[in-house]
Design a protein around this ligand. Structure first.
Ligand SMILES: Cc1ncc(COP(=O)(O)O)c(C=O)c1O
Length: 387
């Protein structure tokens, strides 16, 4: 008998991420082109690494303020104020160890077991699993594909949210690239103000947009004490996935509660990591612009190559760095993704990881060099023509 035999816990009842499960056995294959994870193929730029390195050399290796260093909270408040032409104050910012940690904290702050949460589907798996771990009663409202892009029936969303405690939105969306317009956000906020429903807005792809400087944000329209929590991350905009740094924007009245909870999960984000984050916020705009130009090329290559393959339907995304596509005549996405990984040596994420009903959908991350993407699509072409 092992220690785990007979163990029942909420954690054990949660299934392993389908992408992880699929990718794990292939992690050692250097010839495989991994398009299944959501991260760019560039590593963090030097202007972010150097101040972090210096901070370590300077002995910034101890515990620090639970809510984060005041200079980073202030820099983020100014960054958001400038980006959204609004006023965000540093007393609303909490520095977290990643967007994932920020999502967990938001749910810990708001949820009790049995509370109803509404969100859209398909969805980044963490956004379903975290509320599940908190024993939420989850209702999903579908995003619907059409030739013009993905859309959401806002009335259906608001109807579902009318009896919910939390409305979780992820715009720009992983995996579809769908985004809410500012007008839709206003309608949602006005309705939630009436019903008292909390909005958790996951905006980690706010800067990965192909028109304009940033996607619409609830930061632009919410008052400080509105029931709105915004989740952000350094991972995607500044190629910092491995640093594990993010932030929450909260009503000031929730900040002491947040600080209390943070103590019991990560205590504080490492100061040297925050020094890197500070450099990203202060000096990162040219880097973001460069990356968006690369992602645009990656998107164009991916859409062009996928749309010329037989039996594949793909909708060009306006934001985030994913192509989410449907393959005709496929009934088991996980099996096919496994075969593609083994035989074509390309890592694609199965659609059912984002919504169990999407068994003939797949996601690739196109935040990669064009030549690598072409190689991946050449391999896919050969694989699909041999089937
Ligand atoms: C929608 C969404 N939210 C949150 C995250 C978490 O990002 P991180 O934990 O790297 O900050 C991701 C990562 O892929 C994501 O796609």
């Amino acid at each position: 008998m092992t220690a785990i035999d007979g163990l029942q816990s909420t954690g054990r009842s949660i299934p392993i991420s389908r992408i992880r499960e699929l990718a794990n056995p292939h992690m050692g294959n250097k010839n495989l082109i991994p398009l299944w994870f959501g991260e760019p193929d560039v590593t963090t730029p030097q202007f972010i690494i150097e101040p972090a390195h210096q901070a370590m050399l300077d002995g910034k290796t101890t515990y620090n303020e639970g809510l984060g260093k005041p200079w980073l909270r202030e820099a983020i408040a100014q960054y958001m104020t400038g980006l959204y032409s609004t006023s965000i104050t540093d007393d609303r910012i909490a520095i977290t160890v990643s967007g994932t940690n920020a999502v967990n904290l938001a749910f810990q702050l708001l949820m009790s077991p049995g509370d109803k949460m509404v969100t859209t589907s398909p969805s980044f798996p963490t956004l379903m699993t975290v509320p599940e771990l908190q024993q939420a009663e989850i209702e999903t409202v579908p995003l619907t594909p059409s030739a013009n892009g993905w859309s959401l029936d806002i009335d259906a969303l608001l109807d579902a949210a009318s009896t919910a405690k939390i409305l979780l939105l992820n715009s720009p969306n992983n995996p579809t690239g769908w985004s809410l317009s500012l007008d839709e956000m206003k309608t949602i906020l006005e309705t939630c103000r009436k019903t008292g429903c909390w909005i958790i807005s996951d905006e980690v792809y706010s800067r990965i947009v192909f028109d304009g400087r940033a996607a619409p944000s609830f930061a632009e329209i919410a008052e400080a004490e509105d029931r709105v929590i915004i989740v952000n991350s350094f991972s995607k905009s500044w190629a910092m996935t491995g640093w594990r740094l993010g932030w929450l924007t909260l009503p000031p009245s929730l900040i002491p509660e947040c600080e209390k909870l943070m103590e019991f999960s990560m205590s504080c984000a490492p100061e040297f990591v925050q020094a890197g984050g500070f450099a990203a916020i202060q000096h990162g705009e040219p880097f973001i612009a460069e990356q968006i130009a690369r992602y645009r090329r990656g998107r164009d290559v991916s859409i062009q190559r996928l749309s010329t393959m037989d039996g594949i339907n793909v909708i060009p995304p306006h934001a985030a760095f994913y192509a989410f596509f449907q393959m005709e005549d496929v009934t088991n996405d996980v099996e096919l993704a496994e075969k593609i990984a083994q035989e074509a040596e390309v890592g694609v994420a199965p659609g059912s990881g984002f919504d169990p009903s999407l068994k003939n959908w797949f996601r690739i991350c196109f935040a990669k060099e064009e030549s690598l993407l072409h190689e991946a699509f050449d391999r896919l072409d050969v694989f699909l023509s041999s089937q």
